[in-house]
Design a protein around this ligand. Structure first.
Ligand code: FES
Length: 65
């Protein structure tokens, strides 16, 4: 699914950038070699970054014994 039509960025690319350490939309897009243009995708893209980072934190959280 295309999230950013200006840069033709898919949701899975944003998730990948978040797994590589991007903490916000600007960092995610920079990792993909572009930048925010019209801004119409920012809320959706940020939600993807936030969700992916939360999943990563859960995946690497210490397990209760
Ligand atoms: S839709 Fe992403 S910058 Fe325009």
């Amino acid at each position: 699914m295309i999230v950013c039509s200006c840069n033709v960025i898919r949701a899975d690319e944003i998730r990948h950038a978040a797994r590589q350490g991007a903490e916000d939309v600007e960092q995610a897009y920079a990792k993909l070699g572009c930048r925010v243009q019209c801004g119409g995708c920012e809320d959706h893209a940020q939600a993807i970054v936030t969700s992916e980072r939360a999943c990563q934190r859960l995946a690497f959280a210490p397990q209760a014994a």
